[in-house]
Design a binder for this molecule. Sequence first.
Ligand code: LR7
Ligand code: MN
Length: 596
Amino acid sequence: MGSATLRYFCYGCVFASVTWSVLLFLYLSFGQESRLALSYVPVQGPQHRFQPRFTRRPGLLEPGHRARGQDARTPDLSPEMGEGKFQSGCMIFNEEDQQVRDMGYHKHAFNVLISNRIGYHRDLPDTRNDKCKDKTYPLALPTASIVICFFNEAFSALMRTVHSVLDRTPGYLLHEIVLVDDNSELEDLKEELGVYVQRNLPSKVKLVRNEKREGLIRGRMIGASHATGEVLVFLDSHCEVNEAWLQPLLTPIKENRHTVVCPVIDIISADTLVYSPSPIVRGGFNWGLHFKWDPVPLSDLNNPSGAIRSPTMAGGLFAMDRKYFNELGQYDSGMDIWGGENLEISFRIWMCGGQLLIIPCSRVGHIFRKRRPYGSPGGQDTMAHNSLRLAHVWMDEYKEQYFALRPELRNREYGDISERVAMRQRLQCHSFQWYLDHVYPEMQVASAQNKPAQPVFMNRAVKRPRVQQRGRLRNLLVDKCLVAQGRPSQKGTAVVARACDSQDAEQEWAYDEEHELILAGLLCLDVSEMRSSDPPRLMKCHGSGGSQQWTLGKNSRLYQVSVGQCLTVVDPFSHKGYVAMAICDGTEAQQWRLEG
Ligand code: LR7
Ligand code: MN
């Protein structure tokens, strides 16, 4: 953080020196200003013109121990489980603020009150490894068109995305920013946004309006068709790019135009807007066709500034040569609204002769929300529709793995895929088997293809895997133990953190050689691969790894292999002890010790 960092001490707001008092005064004045300019009462032009200058305030610091870093797939939390505690403890808080915050959570699923107060510019902690800071990049690099597609985005988050790009990108590399409004309904994104772009942003920033809602997939294709720079860089509309973010992305593309690159996606907390570094991980997926984060090979970790081959991308943030994007078939325009396109483009890149890399020296923050604040216009499950299309076009016989988990989708309509199949042939792409063998050999194929899972289970009835460790699973932050919410014999019951009791046999976990966690000798800890936003539950042990495979590894984290996330205490202040899966961030909320 910069020297001007404003430090908040929650539950007390103690400012130790005169300097801090002056900063507080500045904050209060400008906080007021930005609230006027950015509340839900739309305010036109002139006020906004002051924004860029007067809101250059550092981000708020997070109080010591809050669970953070949950992604869009973690549970929708009720207000008492954390939302708002931070504000009521230490910020000026009147009814109007409260309304902005509550409406913000409702419409956007993150803390819009804080977002508005931060304004359109702020300093960010430089989260790069020190080795990155010594790296040099060629001066002559391809120019970039940044494409940002948005639907009903919070005005201040969208503007911070745009201004962070303008503030941290060398002008000669920034060809343009193409904003694609996907037919948003929010008032301030209509005329007011148009006026702001025209009056306050350089002519490099273009605003394209979709006449109907297209979804992010066709939306990005529309954005790309308006772009004329050499490289396309896609960003979500609630991002902040960090120091020297673009050069490390453009360099590998300049070297090989069939290289597609992703920055490391740092975490902007949905509750506090605090920006924090992400661990270096790479993309994978599970047979439910959900994206997940995987640990990177040790050889890659030893070189913290080198590129990392990634089997898949998260989807929202990547850079790709524009002509290559077109040659490789853009996206599948038959996919709607949200979901699946990230795996589709990942498979396509690898299978059709390209490569996908994560660049640890490029850092971009993204607001990870706990739920998606919008649906599809007709209420359809677009993730299933899109996944079906990608399975049928790209996965050959391995689509059976998906249908084994989603039998109800086997006969579901998925539209015409003939053009995509023809394109796969035209591009002479490899088979999915080739992809698994060469790009993602870690992927486990559940209980041998086409063979029923039954023999595995029967086998287990005879011989149970050997227990390696027994004891209570104690969380280091809240000093509570993981137990069944209902009875440990009750199939489907969730788990929660409660007071440890060393006499209670119902708190005893067994960790076996197949990496299962069994409570009281009865049921296995299981996470839904279909809905990883659901909290983990106790289920009958199935013996085929995946959703019941946990690693109790380094840093005491409890890592779930199939969703690629860590078990975390949701709100350390709540007596309810809810736990959830979240992106691994190394905080104490995610540390568990198996104690005898
Ligand atoms: O109908 C829509 N029209 C849009 O323009 C729906 C969405 N959008 C916009 C939206 O405003 C946002 O800017 O599309 C962008 C992405 O939507 P999000 O932010 O709701 O998606 P997400 O961050 O929850 O989901 C991730 O997976 C998606 C699958 O379709 C996309 O690929 C997202 O870009 C992707 N986000 C990231 O990769 C950021 C890191 C998250 C992780 C892991
Ligand atoms: Mn997003």
